[in-house]
Design a protein around this ligand. Sequence first.
Ligand code: TRP
Length: 329
Amino acid sequence: MKRSLTGIRATGEVHLGNYLGTIREALNLQQEYECFYFIADLHSLTTNKDPEALRNQSYDVVATWLALGLDTGKHILYRQSDIPLVTEFSWYLSCVTGMGFLQKAHSYKDATAKGQEVNHGVFAYPLLMAADILMYEPDLVPVGKDQKQHVEMARDMAGSINATYGEGLLKLPEVHINETVMTIPGLDGRKMSKSYNNVIPLFCTEKQLRKKIMSITTDSTPLEEPKVLKGTLLADLFVHFATQDQYKDLESRLSTGGLGWGHAKQELFEVINEDLKDARERYFELRKDTAALDALLKTGRDKALEVGQPVLDRVREAIGFKKLPVSFS
Ligand code: TRP
């Protein structure tokens, strides 16, 4: 079975945009691939300096992905920081990677363009990401469009290692971008993003979910007048959760007049709630039991190491390091 690998960067509350944009698609790959999912908490350190938040966010991610159907019997979920070997590997990649090459990374260029104080972690981000990937020899790396360049850089770095130390030493993976999922709009119509403060949380109480959905921006066409669903923010969200029939039905009832936007929003709430309700219940159950989550993470780490350790051993040997015997007599 071919292997797929993807890193999840935990950045606070998981929202509908994350779910529709990446999580759902990444989980669908479980049918066809052996999937490695990991929480990229070493990467989070470039921006997150709050230890408590860092710890909690890992649990949030684990519980979220499990609740949405990650099958840890067949696939692997682990935390990046549980396998510090990856930072060693990124050093080996550093030594075959030019400064000029790293300066071209969008993530670095964007950060400098915003006038941010850029730490070395931001600059070295693509190296660690390449190590994340190359250490586990995936065939496929599913990511969002914004991460495509990083995966291409990982391929280039693998090429440099192979050119220096021997062809075939590292495997070059393919990048997989899901083109069908568009940008998910937030409550105000802009891209759903924590930084715009317009997100609909994935797992909140039913009451909070309804309240959020009711706050979606609509125009002020009076109740009795005909309305066009297509092109509205409501439609852009509805289309991801409703069946085609449900969509057409709402569209036609709005077009005849007599149905207000408030009613339409209520229907949107209902389809979203229906989709999430079981997972939400599972999420809150799972999230409570951090000891059980730790046990899962430990299993994930052990399984990931079984794959990653031999790759790193091979690289060490190829670059000229010698393994010492365990004991001397
Ligand atoms: N950089 C990715 C993001 O911000 C997360 C990530 C880290 C990742 N390492 C990875 C994704 C390796 C795919 C493969 O979303």
